[in-house]
Design a protein around this ligand. Structure first.
Ligand SMILES: [Zn+2]
Length: 300
């Protein structure tokens, strides 16, 4: 069966905005859970969390992009997934930064208890800039890369068990980008196709392909003439008279809800040699919803 479905490119602005919001919420929760595991439980399996985060974000954007976003626009579907994936990855590092910053703030206040919050912030930033050349989260990431950090630690890499790997410097940056790549890739793979799938715009559900009626090709010219005359019941009767011909089948692509048809094809399967068959199109076109219903309910 030829795939003649062309996605309309349409989408619901409100629905896609909602999908983005849901995707961002899932991304932040997934990022915080991953961060919580590595920080509080000292538990991390390399590349497993990015994989799970990517899958969660991908599933959320795919499900809601199709259901409420009604996106038939592949680019927009992928873009939504990529944005949420980047936010999930950023959440891990922002959480890391905030926790670190608060620790340093309290350390500064122990040393210099007379400072007000604004001054504490300034001291922290000066210190980061002094150490790394950059303030804020960029300075923090650089600091983390410069110092010995345990990113690759298997289960229970606490004080008693030495970590299996230490990655620092440029290696740590590469590792972070590999994590980002995995999250983005997972989300993209899960979101790249749904907008192109045959879809009933009226009902908001996917169309399906059915092969409800089989027969043979001994009356195939009559069958085609009857379909073209709109006499579906006679066509089905002629098709299923069952003499000794080649197999013929009617394939329909339709909405399971309103029976709107996208495409229908009458195919003759020709036996052309030892264990070799070829499909030949005897007729193709579009049928009316009533005809689709008749075909689906037809019994010989
Ligand atoms: Zn429909």
């Amino acid at each position: 069966m030829k795939n003649i479905f062309k996605p309309s490119g349409r989408f619901s602005i409100v629905g896609m905005f909602g999908t983005l919001i849901i995707g961002i919420i899932v991304a932040i929760i997934a990022g915080l859970i991953a961060y919580g595991f590595s920080y509080y439980l000292d538990f991390s399996i390399p590349l497993l969390f990015p994989f799970l985060i990517g899958a969660s974000v991908g599933l959320a954007t795919q499900t809601y992009g199709e259901k409420i976003g009604k996106s038939r626009n592949q680019f927009l579907s992928i873009l939504t997934a990529v944005l949420c994936a980047i936010i999930a990855w950023s959440t891990i590092h922002v959480a890391d930064f905030v926790v670190f910053r608060n620790h340093v703030y309290s350390d500064i206040l122990i040393e210099l208890p007379y400072l007000d919050p604004g001054e504490v912030k300034q001291v922290f930033n000066y210190w980061l800039i002094d150490e790394t050349g950059n303030g804020g989260i960029v300075g923090f990431l650089l600091l983390k890369a410069y110092s010995s950090n345990v990113e690759f630690s298997y289960i229970f890499s606490g004080a008693t068990t030495p970590p299996l790997f230490n990655i620092t410097g440029i290696g740590l940056f590469i590792y972070w980008f590999v994590e980002l790549g995995i999250i983005v890739l997972m989300a993209v793979v899960m979101n790249k196709d749904y907008a192109r799938k045959p879809y009933c715009e009226k009902c908001g559900v996917r169309r399906m392909i059915s092969f409800p009626v089989f027969g043979d090709d001994s009356n195939i010219d009559d069958v085609v003439a009857q379909i073209e005359a709109g006499d579906i019941v006679s066509a089905l009767d002629s098709l299923t008279e069952n003499e000794d011909g080649n197999l013929a089948k009617l394939v329909i692509e339709h909405c399971p809800n309103c029976f709107d048809s996208l495409y229908a094809e009458l195919i003759v399967v020709k036996d052309v040699g030892p264990k070799t068959w070829i499909d030949q199109t005897a007729w193709n076109g579009k049928l009316q919803p009533d005809d689709i219903k008749t075909i689906l309910e037809y019994e010989e």
